[in-house]
Design a protein around this ligand. Sequence first.
Ligand SMILES: CC(C)(COP(=O)(O)OP(=O)(O)OC[C@H]1O[C@@H](n2cnc3c(N)ncnc32)[C@H](O)[C@@H]1OP(=O)(O)O)[C@@H](O)C(=O)NCCC(=O)NCCS
Length: 254
Amino acid sequence: MLDTIRVLLDTIKDRDPAARSSLEILLCYPGLHALALHRLSNRLWRLRVPLLPRLISQFGRWFTGIEIHPGARIGRGVFIDHGMGVVIGETAVVGNNCLLYQGVTLGGMGKMHGKRHPTLEANVVVGAGAKVLGAITVGANTRIGAGSVLLRNVAPDSTVVGVPGRVIHQSGVKIDPLAHSALPDAEARVIRNLMERIDTLESELARTQTCLREVAAGRPLLEACGGVAQNLKDREILEFLGDADQRGGPTSVP
Ligand SMILES: CC(C)(COP(=O)(O)OP(=O)(O)OC[C@H]1O[C@@H](n2cnc3c(N)ncnc32)[C@H](O)[C@@H]1OP(=O)(O)O)[C@@H](O)C(=O)NCCC(=O)NCCS
């Protein structure tokens, strides 16, 4: 246990510039308290001791706001910063030197049995409030943006943001998931696609309406509806100019 606490102290000193002294870290870092308790509950869990590991985990949750199932495997040098609201499921694996901020969930999708929580390889950073769900693997050195919801495997050295999570950087190379826009936001892409579809449908509808009107006015069907599709505005301008020509120019219209 002392060795565990020494490792946790060194980790926090290394990774948090706000940490001033060992005493302060010992007293004021819920991430340290939760992980120290987890080391104990995990050992008892592996020895198949009934109930006690869950009670220790429950006490840790009450004391720190961090819930780590005794079955979760947490590597060396892991740091949970601030911590409140972190939930780590039974079959989750957190690799060495990972950093988790407050509000992170390493959870299941709800219906699976067996391995159902994520595996984070070494050096993964999970931003505040991010949700990583399902039996997925997050490659080493990946950074998951605050507030993201990640549901798929991610290759090492990636940066993931958004809901659902999308890779925006890989091995230092910027990946733009929206060729026509700079927003790394999947919802924005879907909305943009829908708007383009609505534009296309509206101009098709307008063309069909114009064509029907012309057929009703006695123009032959092929002549009225054949040929290249025209934008409604072009057609209106052409019709207006055609009318104006017949009446001697737009200024003569009352
Ligand atoms: C995801 C993260 C690691 C990216 O850092 P980075 O590589 O420096 O990336 P950048 O700041 O250059 O941002 C790259 C793009 O992603 C966007 N982005 C960054 N973080 C984002 C997030 N959490 N959600 C959605 N988009 C995000 C940026 O707006 C930027 O978009 P742009 O290319 O259109 O300008 C970082 O923004 C993050 O969320 N870190 C977690 C920090 C945290 O939880 N802190 C809590 C402290 S208490």
